[in-house]
Design a protein around this ligand. Structure first.
Ligand SMILES: Cc1cc2nc3c(=O)[nH]c(=O)nc-3n(C[C@H](O)[C@H](O)[C@H](O)COP(=O)(O)OP(=O)(O)OC[C@H]3O[C@@H](n4cnc5c(N)ncnc54)[C@H](O)[C@@H]3O)c2cc1C
Length: 417
């Protein structure tokens, strides 16, 4: 079997792995990415909503009020869907998520997220420009739209909470919203326009363009199973379809599958998943959308994508490997049809993705505590597209002994004991 050598192997070719590889390469490392699909963005990074969420401050929290919890538990709140058969398996993780969503820990997570999120658009712009993929990053932000006075009050309260963080946003009444998005129906009463975020009409193509840049700069992307990772000499080895790859250092960037590899090495980190679906639709008549619009009351987003209008769902709580279900999408589609004149479905099946989530909604970025030359970069939850490039920068700084641009302590694996 041929043996390939590299300085660093990055396991996983989603936005997180590709971004880490690009930053390490820029620091002079010879890097090889290994993905079981042998291509970039074949999983979660393919099918998301495509927003680089520069406005994100507070992580999505587990509901705190007994009424909200009861509604969610009974699947009466369309913003989330619970697979009841999975509850015994996922309850310990949900309990940790509930605890991490208390006001104090939630504020701490927000403070830790901010330095990463604040650089997210600039990091994407730098990659996209170098990759010649500027057309895959759009300006124009996104809109959180509401239907009712209650929704308006909630949007206002959310806005007040993020004001101290300097978030650029404009409150829109019905007429102002109609000027920006004339084809939303009259169930929509107004919205909040976040102007700073970038969005992409094709998240998969965006990440692929970054991977192409990595390859054009001399990087390798190999097909292989990261579960074959083993210590080898002074470093690490993995079997790829093309031979055995050996490298001094390895980065686990396998998103929701990271536990398959860190678990086998004895780490017990509470990585869970919040699953989510998408479906594409045509638009009736001449209807069009100019930017992503969230239906605040029901928690799904409609985004104009290359393939059509993409409806993305909120969280489905299930085991990572449970079979897909169309239940959540089927609940949301009629609500979306009230909101915007959607036409035919364009995909044979809903696409299923898995947001890799730690209970405190912060990623793990940094050295593996008990193995030399092993590094972690996973758990980017609802914000993996946003945070992939900036996480890669931080990781590369830590791996090359440079001063990190922000204190890396909140992202250490050791926070889980
Ligand atoms: C419905 C939905 C909407 C979302 N919207 C947004 C959004 O608007 N903005 C945002 O910032 N984020 C969004 N996210 C979150 C974002 O998509 C994820 O956080 C991000 O894609 C995770 O990237 P990743 O690289 O960690 O994982 P992935 O993209 O899943 O990559 C992991 C890679 O590991 C590979 N792999 C797995 N097992 C193995 C193995 N054994 N050997 C080798 N390779 C393996 C897979 O093939 C895959 O390529 C959304 C997610 C969902 C589900």
């Amino acid at each position: 079997m041929p043996v390939f050598k590299a300085d660093v192997m990055v396991l996983g070719a989603g936005i997180v792995g590709v971004s880490a590889a690009l930053h390490l390469q820029a620091k002079g490392r010879d890097v090889a990415i290994v993905d079981r699909l042998g291509l970039a963005a074949g999983e979660t990074s393919f099918g998301n909503t495509g927003i680089v969420q520069a406005e994100a401050v507070f992580p999505y929290a587990f509901p705190r009020s007994p009424r909200e919890i009861a509604l969610a538990a009974l699947n009466r709140d369309p913003r989330a869907q619970i697979r009841h058969g999975a509850l015994p398996a996922i309850a310990p993780w949900l309990w940790r998520y509930f605890q991490a969503s208390a006001p104090g820990p939630r504020l701490a997570s927000a403070a830790a997220l901010r330095p990463l999120v604040a650089r997210s658009v600039a990091e994407h712009e730098a990659f996209a420009t170098a990759a010649g993929a500027g057309a895959l990053l759009r300006k124009g932000g996104w809109i959180k739209a509401f239907r009712s006075e209650r929704g308006r009050q909630k949007a206002l309260a959310d806005l007040e909470e993020v004001k101290p963080y300097g978030i650029a946003a404009e409150m829109l009444d019905g007429a102002q919203l109609a000027a920006l998005e004339p084809h939303l129906t009259n169930v929509v009463a107004g919205g909040v326009h976040f102007t700073a975020p970038s969005t992409t009409p094709d998240p998969g193509a965006l990440v692929k363009s970054y991977a192409d840049l990595f390859i054009a700069r001399g990087g390798r992307l190999l097909a292989g199973d990261a579960r074959s990772l083993e210590a080898s000499g002074a470093g690490w080895a993995v079997s790829s379809g093309e031979g055995r790859l050996e490298a001094r250092e390895a980065v686990i960037a396998l998103g929701p599958w990271s536990s398959d590899v860190f678990g086998a090495l004895g780490y017990r980190l509470p990585l869970g998943v919040k699953r989510g679906y998408h479906m594409h639709y045509g638009a009736a008549g001449n209807a069009m959308l100019n930017r992503p619009v969230l239906d605040l009351e029901f928690g799904y987003v409609l985004t104009p994508m290359a393939r059509g209008i993409r409806l993305t769902t909120g969280a489905e709580f299930a085991r990572r490997d449970d079979p897909p279900s169309s239940a959540h999408l089927d609940r949301l589609e009629p609500l979306a049809r009230q909101f915007f004149p959607l036409a035919e479905r364009r995909d044979a099946q809903p696409w299923l993705g898995r947001r890799p989530c730690l209970p405190d909604m912060l990623p793990v970025i940094g050295a593996a505590p008990r193995h030399n030359g092993l590094w972690f970069d996973f758990g980017h939850h609802h914000l993996g597209l946003t945070l992939g490039p900036v996480s890669g920068r931080l990781l590369a700084q830590l791996m090359t002994g440079e001063a990190p641009f922000t204190d890396p302590k909140p992202y250490r694996a050791e926070r889980f004991g």
